[in-house]
Design a protein around this ligand. Structure first.
Ligand SMILES: CC(C)(C)c1nc(N2CCN(c3ncccn3)CC2)c2cc(C(N)=O)c(N)nc2n1
Length: 327
């Protein structure tokens, strides 16, 4: 091993840790997701070649960033795991094939979902009443932001279910609300948010919940903890049930059996992406059947039964298109 490889690895690791602190703790990332993803994938590649170099301060060793926030901490009973990202259709096909092989079944149904570019949150209801709202944090400990969750219009304050239930989803700021917010901030001589995800994170983490209320945050709920307890058998069924309970859900999901349908869905939303009223940064693949999901289980950080296909970044495209146009 020549010294510079190791030095480069340390530099890469330190740079990624700076980016994470900006993203998770300061809500002010200075790099776009695709740049962070690219560097993170590079780190994973180096670490798989040199596992002896990996120390526990490596971004690969802790899910999400450290929390230093004014809100009370909240330990998730069941960790909010992460998602493996794939960046090409071929990779997503390989991941799907690996899953099929793992369960030794050729016809595994996947539920495809738009990957909303927001921030993950957890909602807990007891006796049909909303009692707790928290951010994902590092996946194990998040922030208790219950007062702010009550300010989000599309989060039901009561649901027609007496049992205790936890649901999870994405909190996001619609494109129009984001533009309005940034215009208002410009008028008031304030700094603007770089993207709707940062704006949503900043709005959820306001100590004054009336500011949260003024930001018109929205949610898409996509997960029920222990769905079998409610007689749910598949992810697509769970989405329907969540809607019936009164949650905001994204109905653009699609159950697919073969790769052609996957390709169609990805092509369709690669196009539609710019016209959607909210930002998406990919497609989430989930094994639809919950029995198969539990057969696949979870690794320490990521369920084996889901992964995310990431679209190439819009910024790069838009920029390229502009150049083509001017040429
Ligand atoms: C419940 C599972 C784990 C299957 C799951 N996890 C998700 N995420 C995990 C990683 N998350 C995360 N966030 C920050 C840092 C690391 N991972 C952010 C949410 C999902 C995100 C979306 C979405 N964005 O639209 C979605 N339709 N389904 C999801 N499903």
């Amino acid at each position: 091993m020549n010294n510079s490889d190791y030095e480069n690895y340390i530099k890469l690791k330190d740079q990624l840790n700076i980016y994470r602190r900006q993203y998770y703790t300061e809500d002010a990332p200075t790099v776009q997701d695709f740049e962070y993803d690219r560097l993170y994938q590079e780190l994973l590649k180096v670490e798989s070649a040199h596992p002896e170099w990996v120390t526990n301060d490596s971004p690969s060793q802790n899910v999400g960033g450290a929390i230093n926030s004014a809100f009370p901490k909240f330990r998730h009973e069941i960790p909010m795991l992460s998602m493996d990202d794939v960046f090409s259709l071929e990779e997503s096909q390989a991941s799907a094939e690996r899953i099929k092989k793992f369960v030794n079944q050729t016809d595994v149904e996947f539920n495809l979902e738009l990957k909303i570019d927001g921030l993950a949150l957890s909602l807990i209801y007891e006796n049909g009443r909303l009692v707790k709202g928290s951010t994902r944090g590092d996946g194990f400990v998040g922030e208790d932001i219950t007062p702010n969750i009550f300010q989000i219009d599309d989060v039901p304050k009561t649901i027609p279910l007496k049992e205790r239930i936890e649901v999870r989803g994405e909190c996001y700021l619609g494109k129009d609300s984001f533009a309005e917010l940034n215009n208002k901030r410009l008028e008031d001589g304030k700094s603007t948010f770089a993207n709707p995800r940062n704006a949503a994170a900043g709005s959820l983490r306001q100590l004054d919940s009336s500011i949260t209320k003024s930001r018109h945050l929205q949610t898409f709920i996509y997960f029920v903890i222990e769905p079998e307890n409610y007689g749910l058998k598949t992810q697509s069924e769970a989405l329907k049930q969540l809607q019936e309970w009164g949650f905001a859900t994204n109905n653009q999901n699609r159950v697919v059996n073969d790769f052609k349908e996957v390709q169609n869905y990805i092509d369709e939303y690669q196009e539609k992406r710019l016209d959607l009223p909210y930002n998406i940064d990919g497609i989430v693949f989930k094994v639809n059947d919950f029995k198969l999901q539990s057969l696949l289980g979870n690794t320490v950080k990521v369920p084996r039964w889901e992964f995310a296909y990431k679209f190439p970044p819009i910024e790069a495209h838009t920029h390229l298109r502009t150049i083509e146009w001017t040429v």
